[in-house]
Design a binder for this molecule. Structure first.
Ligand code: ZN
Length: 136
């Protein structure tokens, strides 16, 4: 089994934003030369996340963010963390900071409507994403 790791940066221009990183992840797999195996997509931040969902209709990402905003409002009373971004930390933990995807014949085994998204919950800013590819 071979292991290959690379990283790239993702920039956002809003506080909360979903950025489609499917092409960037696929290009790491191409670079790895690994044909079959799996990839872990991981972001080392406490107010960001990685998720897989629909990339055909951008309204889906809008509606996911709307739901998170309404469920976890920024100015909820009772928060103690003095940075003022407790909602961002909660969203990061619930969505999760990594995803696994299978690789078949050098391609991500995603469904027709699936894409990999970097989720910014405390932007705008630039963030790091790591991709580790394992297989042969
Ligand atoms: Zn904080």
């Amino acid at each position: 089994m071979e292991i290959f790791q690379d990283s790239f940066s993702v920039s956002s221009n809003r506080r909360c934003q979903m950025v489609d990183i499917t092409a960037e992840v696929q290009s790491v797999i191409q670079k790895s030369g690994i044909r079959n195996g799996e990839a872990t997509v991981y972001t080392p931040h406490t107010t960001a996340a990685i998720t897989i969902n629909e990339n055909a209709d951008p309204d889906v990402m809008h509606d996911i963010l709307l739901t998170l905003e309404e469920t976890f409002p920024k100015n909820r009373s009772g928060y103690k963390h003095n940075e003022g971004n407790s909602d961002s930390h909660v969203k990061s933990s619930l969505v999760g900071c990594s995803e696994h995807v299978l690789i078949s014949g050098t391609r991500l085994s995603l469904g027709t409507w699936q894409g990999i998204f970097f989720c910014e919950f405390d932007g705008p800013r630039s963030r790091k994403v790591f991709v580790q590819v394992r297989g042969q």
